[in-house]
Design a protein around this ligand. Structure first.
Ligand SMILES: [Zn+2]
Length: 131
């Protein structure tokens, strides 16, 4: 299925700062685009124009929100690297498979824990705190 060899944990970690840098640049570009878009269309009066402008703006904002999420995920992953916890499931502590990390380098949970979903994970965390 995947002809490319998997990256090692070290290689995945080494790529993280570059990925953060790239997403930061993309995010700034989108924010500039939004400012320019608003500036260019300030005071549009035609109802059809307004509607098209709003659709464009919503698309840019959607992109910005997506980039913010990606940036946050990378920052969290870099935090895990700093704590030497990268590649280990934050919920159960097992090593996350290299295949999973190659598919999603910012994965914080093993596939088993991920498939329980957030509520189940939070419930378990609460239980362990109360125990
Ligand atoms: Zn797990």
């Amino acid at each position: 299925m995947n002809p490319k060899p998997l990256l090692t944990i070290q290689e995945l970690q080494d790529r993280m700062p570059g990925a953060l840098n790239k997403v930061s640049i993309d995010l700034e570009a989108k924010r500039t685009e939004l400012r320019e878009h608003r500036g260019n269309h300030f005071g549009a009066s035609d109802i059809v124009d307004k509607s098209a402008i709003q659709t464009d703006e919503e698309e840019i904002i959607g992109n910005i929100n997506r980039l913010i999420k990606v940036k946050n995920s990378i920052e969290v992953a870099m935090g895990a690297i700093a704590l030497q916890e990268y590649g280990y499931c934050k919920s159960c502590g097992v090593k996350i498979s290299l295949g999973r990390l190659n598919a999603n380098p910012v994965a914080l949970q093993c596939l088993d824990c991920q498939s329980y979903g957030e509520p189940s994970h939070l419930r378990r965390q609460t239980q362990s705190v109360c125990a």
